[in-house]
Write a protein that binds this ligand. Structure first.
Ligand code: AKG
Ligand code: FE2
Length: 233
């Protein structure tokens, strides 16, 4: 009999340090407080996920990249969907939670979803997530992740997978003020384990050109139950 793969290697309770850190839930208080006060935050999620899981997710995206699984990302929706290379240049592959590492990550995202609903009453119904790969020179121009008033994508979470990222590597996430969209209020290096969380409709952001290959997972927590036929943003 074959054992199910899902979560086989990364049960949430597999690493006592990770389990203890997640169970404390003060990190969820921090996320909720900062989202309320500033609209965004960044934190090191390595203690919450464990270095092995982050390394396995990175291995997975590197394998996907060598296959045809990653597609050029687009912007817009429905009839407006375009693959405009002057706006964004990354390639993406949607996660389905079916490999062991994706299953463990989905457990984590679910904890975030439930934790934010309990604290902020956001009514988040589900999440969707994709890997993204930026090659040298790739960028994603300034944008917001959701159209105002649609409340489909409500909270954005980006998890970075790259080891030893330095200032010369570029590729920072540049975050603008939600009430001062002309002002840069933060820059996040896409270093493995670092996470950025922000309100999807409110916070403009951009990915500066990367000087080396840059891997991440972008996740959106949504208020709609049924997937509307969407592509891209
Ligand atoms: O990778 C990042 O830092 C952000 C990506 C992003 O803004 C997006 O995919 O909408
Ligand atoms: Fe974005």
């Amino acid at each position: 009999m074959t054992m199910p793969l899902l979560n086989a290697s990364f049960p949430r309770t597999g690493d006592p340090a990770v389990a203890q850190c997640q169970a404390g839930e003060t990190w969820l208080d921090t996320i909720a407080d900062d989202l309320c006060q500033h609209g965004w935050l960044t934190l090191d999620a390595t203690p919450l996920l464990g270095p092995e899981l982050l390394a396995e997710l990175h291995r997975e995206v590197e394998i996907l990249e060598k296959t045809a699984a990653m597609e050029r990302a687009g912007v817009g929706r429905g009839g407006d969907f375009t693959r405009d290379r002057s706006v964004r240049r990354d390639r993406i592959a949607w996660l389905n939670g079916e490999t062991a590492c994706q299953g463990a990550l989905f457990d984590f995202f679910e904890q975030v979803r439930v934790g934010l609903n309990r604290r902020l009453f956001l009514g988040l119904q589900r999440f969707e997530a994709h890997y993204a790969s930026y090659q040298p020179g790739d960028f994603y121009r300034r944008h917001v992740d959701s159209f105002q008033g649609r409340a489909s994508r409500v909270v954005s979470l980006v998890m970075y997978l790259n080891e030893d990222w330095g200032p010369a590597d570029g590729g920072e996430l540049q975050v603008f003020g939600r009430n001062a969209p002309g002002t840069v209020c933060g820059r996040v290096f896409p270093e493995r384990g670092r996470m950025a969380v922000f309100m999807s409709e409110e916070v403009p952001h951009e990915v500066l050109p990367a000087a080396r290959s840059r891997h991440s997972i972008a996740c959106w927590f949504r208020q709609d139950v049924v997937p509307v036929p969407l592509t891209g943003v």
